[in-house]
Design a protein around this ligand. Structure first.
Ligand code: 5GP
Ligand code: MN
Length: 335
């Protein structure tokens, strides 16, 4: 990170700091925001956390999450928070359009902006950037950030709990995105006193009966395996949303089940939302779904986890996705 000394001196004087994370925040978005929130409060700052849309219920046990300000619910309040801020820190997203209206407001603010993120190709809107696509999670980068500042005495067990949560959710409990360095970081979090078993239980064993039944429905009635293309697809229609009373977060993680079939290298979860069709893509190994998401579905993300949207309705979107697969057949068969 360039100009860390300059940023350190900015952070040496108490400020009003706004933390911003992406729409539909996941465990890493929330974990990195809360870790930064508690850390900066220890330094004496007044800190506000902002996200465009509601956070998922399964994270409601996290310390401080109730202070998260949701733009969809509180637009005017958030506008004044941002206008009052003298520093903004963006976490777990790489372009201001990933935070909708909040991004527009931030774009117009003439205050120092910090970006901490692990997505490909960050847009150059921030003055201070800590971007590393080899990091498991933005939460891991918050750990690095605290060490770069040399303020690890403020990394207490509460901050460590939040960092661990982001790491667990973004690595699927250490299944992907790991590195030797990550395990060293985690060893350090354990030394700081986190209870990893309790945290894993809080994070992973959180499904409701409704969620499990919906998962069963998706796997039994809505799953299609295209062996030739090493691809699995699950689709949900508007009617399914009504029938199962599906709320935001209820479909979290379903896409990953497709990759449990050894031959499946691409997993697609395609859902009919009120105005768009949302596409969630996952892959195993070298194959990049980021390319499919960015080239064909106005989206992006990571090599093995990406997403995008389509505006042509559910069935045409599924058809479009299937018609793309022959383009990748060679790559898919190669590995
Ligand atoms: P999910 O499938 O869980 O919604 O998203 C997986 C990852 O894909 C996210 O972490 C995010 O990086 C990326 N992603 C999802 N939807 C979009 C989108 O509409 N645009 C972009 N640029 N990235 C997305
Ligand atoms: Mn992340």
């Amino acid at each position: 990170m360039e100009h860390i000394t300059e940023l350190k001196s900015l952070l040496s004087i108490p400020k009003d700091i706004a933390l911003i994370t992406h729409r539909n925040p996941d465990g890493d978005a929330i974990g990195s925001s809360l870790a930064m929130f508690h850390f900066l409060q220890h330094l004496g700052h007044v800190v506000k956390m902002i996200t465009p849309s509601e956070y998922p219920d399964f994270l409601s046990w996290m310390p401080g999450i109730e202070q998260m300000l949701v733009y969809d619910e509180y637009p005017d309040g958030i506008k004044s928070v941002l206008e009052k801020a003298n520093l903004v820190i963006c976490l777990d997203f790489n372009a201001l359009d990933r935070v909708d209206k909040v991004g527009e407001i931030v774009y117009g603010l003439n205050i120092p902006k910090v970006l901490i993120d692990h997505h490909l190709d960050p847009e150059p809107f921030a003055d201070y950037v800590l971007s590393d696509i080899t990091a498991s999670s933005t939460s891991e980068l918050v750990y690095d950030f605290i060490h770069l500042l040399g303020w690890q005495q403020f990394l207490d067990v509460r901050v460590a709990d939040c960092i661990y949560t982001g790491i667990i959710t973004d690595t699927g409990s250490f299944k992907y995105g790991t590195s030797a360095k990550l395990f060293r970081v985690v060893a350090n979090l354990l030394e700081l006193g986190i209870n990893d078993v309790v945290l894993q239980d809080l994070i992973n064993n959180n499904l409701s009966e409704k969620h499990l039944r919906l998962l069963g429905y998706c796997l039994y009635h809505r799953m299609e395996i295209l062996e030739e293309f090493h691809t699995g697809i699950i689709t949900l229609s508007k009617e399914d949303y009504v029938k199962f009373d599906i709320q935001r977060g209820d479909t979290e993680g379903i896409v990953n089940y497709l990759l449990r079939i050894p031959g499946v290298k691409i997993a697609a979860f395609i859902t009919e939302q009120p105005t768009i069709v949302k596409i969630s893509l996952r892959s195993k190994g070298e194959f990049s779904v980021q390319e499919i998401a960015s080239q064909h579905f106005k989206g992006g993300g990571h090599r093995n986890a990406s997403g995008g949207a389509s505006f042509i309705g559910l069935r045409p979107t599924v058809r479009k996705f299937k018609e793309l697969l022959p383009l990748y057949k060679e790559k898919l068969s190669a590995e």
